[in-house]
Design a protein around this ligand. Sequence first.
Ligand code: MG
Length: 352
Amino acid sequence: MSADMDLSCPAPLGQYERILMAHGGGGQLMQQLLDRLVQPVFDNPALSARHDSAVIDCGGQRIAFTTDSYVVKPLFFPGGDIGKLAVCGTLNDLAMAGARPLWLSAALIIEEGLPVGDLEQILRSMAATARTAGVAIVTGDTKVVERGRGDGLFINTAGIGLIEPGRPAIQPAAVRAGDAILVSGDLGRHGIAIMARREGLDLETAIESDCADLSGLVLDLLDSGIEVHCLRDLTRGGLASALIEIAETAGVGMQLDEESIPVREDVAGVCELLGFDPLHVANEGRFAALVPGDQAERALARLRQHPLGAGAAGIGRVTGTAQPAAPVHVRTRYGTERLLLRLSGEQLPRIC
Ligand code: MG
């Protein structure tokens, strides 16, 4: 076989010769990029689990390990800033694997000209968020790029957490027919807060991002003894992308009840104005939990005891049979049924 006939070459990336913004949007194109290029190139069992964190066995101790980059625009927004976002996002990905977060890294890519006062405010925000969560930022890196090449500041964080011995694996593969689908609170606020600020929308009261560290709430739920099959934070692509990905990985179907999905009236209003579906809008302090149906009420009661879970709701259930092309169905408030699909284009760029 000649060098230019490598049969392990991944399938081509559809009709696109170059990367588009939508390849980072959490929708269909990003999924294709991951499935057809990233996953085959790096292929290994931890990556194939398609979880928010890789879970690695280290001499009998399970470690959760994750990384994420933050390019949100603007750097400061109602309810947070890029620093708080970068710490919370990585804490949340660790929590979704059932891990207790312990250590983070922080890498800064700074654009020449960024006010030092802004940088200091962002670093202090990172430190405060980490301190409250009981984690330490133990290593990092700083790079500066020329003016016009970096849009202020990009941050990458990685995180390590430990999974308590004996805790059953929390992962898409553990999802079963009959599981209840819960969300920890109202949806869509992060995406709409960023969008409203960026577009200069004149709202009666500013919508604040839901950006928050979910690890305390998740550990509360796990410590209560409820059997949690899968967790996923509802970031880029929102509830829709998260549930479709879990359903595809687990080989199950899902039935949602639109009326029971919590969306604040002001958020729903802006979504309608801008033509967004709140189920596709990013959150940075919300997650979905899949638990056995007969434990749903107990799980909801436990979530609601925590300030970050006060608005928790049951929104649907896992069904045994799945249509591979569209595994998630929604019963609308008008009693009709619609299919929940991944975003086909880029809805909200630079949201996290
Ligand atoms: Mg995640």
